[in-house]
Structure formats: structure tokens, C-alpha cells
Ligand binder design. Structure first.
Ligand code: NAD
Ligand code: MG
Length: 367
């Protein structure tokens, strides 16, 4: 694999009229302050990060902040810290900084940091600029793009939030060098998901490059992120607030969330749960005569080659999983509403899904 040149930066626009913004993907972007500084309007910046990422990358980012009045607010590491209490602390940090309406929040980290920092930016003085600097593959291909921000409550994940688009996304793939393999693969699951839902050419491209991707080749990673972001940016531009098409991005997520909840969020990473969930959705779609076994087979093989889990974890009861699926946010009163699959590159929202078929799919997967 060729070493990539630092100047090879891909730019993808998220086309939202006056709120349009660039997503830059490439190497050496953290230190390239001139590029993203142009997106800031004022002189105040609060960098939100966490205790794992800041020691690795804050100094590099800070070189680009020279001349600004800035401070940092660090979360402890983990999903549990994506909390309302920490939003309050981030807002206090903005107050201490003397942040005005033209201030900016910079999120340096994975999806946890990005979701919380974006929500704080949405709240401070009813909304200030923010810049996403994602440092996990999942954040680069998924959470940093599209403007969904928010935090968890004790009663559930992501129950509080706002749509607030960033002013720019700076995806410096050099930061992936320190990302654990398991986190990297979990990000790939969301990539496969995008291709499976809406881009058959991309799916075939992933099949052709699966080995390089599994080995973390940097040129293939840039191309992968760019293709996934281009796909998601298109969906977001057409349906910013999820009135329709954007819901398709939840393929595998109703099954996946049930698996995560049943595993008390510790057994599986989100991307791993989505990988298994997508396969369950594919098998259910087959059972409902919506898709073919060949497509399910291609999905299964691609996920396996990328090192993702494809089997239901032991010890989960189908009835318990179905009960958890009934609690999903996508449901409307009393009926299961799922994203089902028509084969590679095509998905659709189906309401009133037959619970017996879901149960049979879960039982078969366990056997
Ligand atoms: P994460 O933010 O917890 O990061 C995963 C782990 O990697 C953490 O331990 C983190 O400290 C560490 N890490 C981050 N960057 C690193 C690096 N470069 N080197 C070494 N370690 C690094 O998890 P995530 O998978 O990035 O994001 C998950 C979160 O994103 C969830 O809260 C989820 O709800 C949210 N999410 C939001 C959206 C959205 O549209 N807003 C979409 C998908 C997911
Ligand atoms: Mg997801």
C-alpha cells in the first residue's frame, strides 16, 4: 500500500444551504489549523475531549489554536459520562472562558465526546458554532456527520438532544493509529450498513477491498470514509430531521439495541451489535420473502472478513429480545416498525412487522 501524501485530502460537502459544511478526510489535518480556523468566527474556543484522547492529540490540535482564547473540558472515558451533568459542566466551562455568541466548541474524540460537545454548543446562548474532530472510525463515518447531538438519561440512551449541524468536520486519519482494533472494526460495521442500505457499488467495492481494510491500509481507509460520508451526507441533505429516508440508517439497529441492552452494554460494542443486528434483519427479510439468501450470504461473508461477530451471543432469550425490541423509539403504538432489507443496496421501513416471524428468526439464529 502506498503511503498517502499529507496533501491528499478528500472534501465532501454536506449540502444544507446556508448551513452547508465541509467534511475533510486525510492525514495531518489536526495540525493544519489554517484550514479549519477559517470556519471559526470569533476568538473563543472550548475544546471538549476525554482523558484518553486529550493526552494523545490535544497538543497537536492546540498548535492550530494559537492566537485564540481557548480552554479545554475533559470527560472521563466511557458512555456513562455522556450525561446531562457533564453538559452542565461544559456550559460552565464556556461561561468561565467568557464565551460570546461567536464562540466555538471543538469536539476532539469519538462519538461520546462529539454528541455531548455538540449538544452543549446547541444550548449555549441558544446555539453557537461547533467543529467535529472525530478520532474513532465510527465517529468519522457516522456520528460526526449529520447534526444529531445529545446525551443519555438514566432511563435510556440518547433520550435528550438537538439537531445542531457542525461548521466543519476534520477527520484526521492519523489519529486512528492508536485506536484499538475492536473499536476500528466496530466502525466498519456502520460502513457496511451504509452500503447495504443504499449503495450496491460501494458494497462491491468493500468486498474487493475487505482484506486491505481489515489490515488497516490507510489509502483504503480514506476512500472508505469518503464513500460512507458521501452516502450519509446525501441522506442528511434530503432528510435532515428524519421525517423519512434518514430512518433507513437504522438498519440492524432495533435488533442491535436489544442485543446491547440484553448484554447490559458491556458484552458488545455498538458496531458489533449492529453487525449481528443487520444479519438478523436480513434473515427476517428473507423469511418475509423480501430478499434472497444470496444477499444474506454476501453480507455475512463481508462482515466475517472484516473481523466482525456474526453470531448471536450465548445466553440471550428470544422472548426477552423481542420484548426489548417492542420498546424501540421507532415503533408506533403497539406495532413493531423495523428497517427491512430488499437485498444489497436497498432497504425500507416496514410497520406492523409480524412478531411471530421476528421470534422465529431469533430462535433460528440461536440454534
Ligand atoms: P467512544 O466515543 O466511546 O470512543 C470509543 C473508545 O475509543 C473510547 O474509549 C475512546 O476514549 C477511545 N478513543 C477515541 N479515539 C481514540 C483514538 N484515536 N485512539 C485511542 N483511543 C481512542 O465511542 P464511539 O464508538 O466513537 O461513539 C459511540 C457514541 O456515538 C455513542 O454514544 C453513540 O450513541 C454515538 N453515536 C452518535 C451518532 C450521531 O449521529 N450523533 C451516530 C452514531 C453513534
Ligand atoms: Mg449506529
Amino acid at each position: 500500500m502506498n503511503r498517502m501524501n499529507e496533501t491528499d485530502v478528500q472534501t465532501i460537502e454536506v449540502a444544507l444551504g446556508e448551513r452547508r459544511y465541509p467534511v475533510w478526510i486525510g492525514r495531518g489535518l489536526l495540525g493544519d489549523g489554517a484550514r479549519w480556523r477559517a470556519r471559526l468566527r470569533g476568538r473563543h474556543a472550548l475544546v471538549v475531549s476525554n482523558t484518553t484522547v486529550a493526552p494523545l492529540y490535544l497538543e497537536r490540535l492546540a498548535r492550530g489554536l494559537e492566537g485564540l482564547q481557548w480552554s479545554s473540558f475533559l470527560l472521563e472515558d466511557g458512555e456513562a459520562h455522556k450525561s446531562f451533568a457533564n453538559v452542565g459542566r461544559a456550559l460552565e466551562a464556556l461561561a468561565l472562558l467568557g464565551a460570546t455568541r461567536d464562540a466555538c466548541v471543538i469536539a476532539l474524540g469519538g462519538g461520546v465526546v462529539g454528541d455531548l460537545a455538540g449538544f452543549a454548543a446547541a444550548c449555549w446562548m441558544r446555539g453557537i458554532d461547533f467543529i467535529q474532530v472525530p478520532t474513532t472510525l465510527l465517529a468519522m463515518v457516522d456520528s460526526s456527520v449529520g447534526g444529531k447531538t445529545g446525551v443519555n438519561l438514566p432511563s435510556g440512551k440518547n433520550l435528550v438532544g438537538a439537531f445542531h449541524q457542525p461548521r466543519a468536520v476534520v477527520a484526521d486519519i492519523d489519529t486512528l493509529a492508536t485506536l484499538p482494533d475492536r473499536e476500528y472494526r466496530a466502525g466498519l460495521a456502520e460502513v457496511v450498513k451504509g452500503a447495504a442500505i443504499g449503495d450496491a457499488d460501494f458494497f462491491a467495492w468493500l468486498e474487493a477491498h475487505a482484506d486491505t481494510l481489515a489490515a488497516r491500509g490507510s489509502a483504503a481507509i480514506v476512500e472508505t470514509i469518503a464513500r460512507k460520508v458521501r452516502y450519509k451526507a446525501g441522506v442528511v441533505a434530503r432528510d435532515e430531521t428524519e421525517q423519512g429516508e434518514r430512518a433507513l440508517l437504522n438498519l440492524g439497529h432495533t435488533f442491535g439495541h436489544a442485543l446491547e441492552t440484553a448484554g447490559r452494554y458491556t458484552a458488545l460494542l455498538h458496531g458489533e451489535a449492529v453487525a449481528i443486528g443487520m444479519l438478523l434483519a436480513a434473515r427476517l427479510s428473507e423469511r418475509l420473502d423480501m430478499s434472497h439468501a444470496d444477499d444474506t450470504g454476501r453480507l455475512l461473508r463481508l462482515l466475517e472478513r472484516l473481523g466482525l461477530p456474526v453470531a448471536m451471543p450465548d445466553g440471550l432469550e428470544p422472548e426477552q429480545l423481542l420484548a426489548l425490541m417492542r420498546l424501540d423509539k421507532k415503533n408506533t403504538a403497539g406495532t413493531l416498525r423495523l428497517i427491512l432489507w430488499r437485498g444489497i443496496g436497498r432497504a425500507e421501513i416496514v410497520a406492523g412487522v409480524d412478531e411471530d416471524a421476528v421470534l422465529a428468526t431469533l430462535k433460528e439464529a440461536r440454534a
